[in-house]
Design a protein around this ligand. Sequence first.
Ligand SMILES: C[S@@+](CC[C@H](N)C(=O)[O-])C[C@H]1O[C@@H](n2cnc3c(N)ncnc32)[C@H](O)[C@@H]1O
Length: 369
Amino acid sequence: TTPISASWKAVDGLNTSQDGNNKKNMISFESSAYKAMINDESRTPLFYKTIEERISQMDKESNNKIVIDLGTGPYAIFAIKAAECGANKVYAIEADAKAAQMARETIIEKGYDDIITVIEGYSTEIELPNNDKADLIIAEIIGSIVSEEGCVTTILDASKRFAKNPTSSQTWIPQRVQTLGCPASYTLHNLFQPPSFDWSKLNGEPIRFNCRDEGLQLLCTSPQIIEDIDFSNIQTYASNRKQQFVFHVDETLIEINKSKLLIELQNNKLRENEALKIALQTSTSFSGLALWPRLILNGNDNGNDNGNDNGNGNTDNKDNNSYSTINSRSYPNGDHQKSHWQTVLPIMNDIPIIVNGSTKITMNINIDL
Ligand SMILES: C[S@@+](CC[C@H](N)C(=O)[O-])C[C@H]1O[C@@H](n2cnc3c(N)ncnc32)[C@H](O)[C@@H]1O
């Protein structure tokens, strides 16, 4: 056995401001990141569809249909969608001052400022006017590791203070979020090794991959659910956890990975023996645990299909409208996806660890919320 480890603070997008007032700030306003989210075809249309369905299922006679868009962003797209679909009141909460200001402008421009109110600040630090409670809470505050943008604390607080019916899955979009994990190998980890390259300089910070990056290869045919957060049952997730996961490296995947990488390297004009060496090294080594998110917007099942969507893209429509899932990485090939969510890989050892079809990898994972 080879004991190895990695740990890092998964608060991507959140940091403590330098001015000493200890308030959380988003790293910086990045309009390209917001645009990538909006243009994410595996995400935005499914959110729209689910918002439309949920509002259409609310009491048609009621003129008190209240929706929260928690983390509305500069274009307030889900708040506007909710207003278009017939919500009587929408609270669009946004922590980032610049994004909140743009959201206000966008809402006025679209003519929804009578229905949508932008509330600037962290959801955990603001109050709703009149102590209002929402029928529906849309919270797209999901990171590549689903808990990393503080979603557990945020949803726990929202379920206590903002929801009419916090334990109903109909209150939440998404209903459930999961982080999937699978041992992986990384081509550059194999190419650049100490002493010329020092991976420890990453200080445990994981590498973040576009979900189609060929440099990352998964080593097992079954990823496992590392985090499973059901928003309507958030209390059960709201404490730190330790869990053990066992993965068996898959011989057939090693062969598939090797051939794919060989072709890729040869296409990049690498000499055949060099390409073969790298392809063999990469496909038979372990760099760390690859992690990526899955969002269940509707049809809150236990998600036990381990993220395998048969490679047909990103949605599982089990019975037309009732089931919508966003898989940010189709498994085992990421290549159909155009998700803006990344796959995260902590490099767990300076030098990749050799594996074969009979290798068993045991992971002890501690999640400190
Ligand atoms: C992933 S972006 C989503 C933006 C927009 N809803 C969309 O889907 O295109 C998340 C946004 O939520 C904000 N945010 C995250 N946590 C928040 C919280 N607890 N309270 C208020 N805003 C939050 C961030 O500043 C960011 O603008």
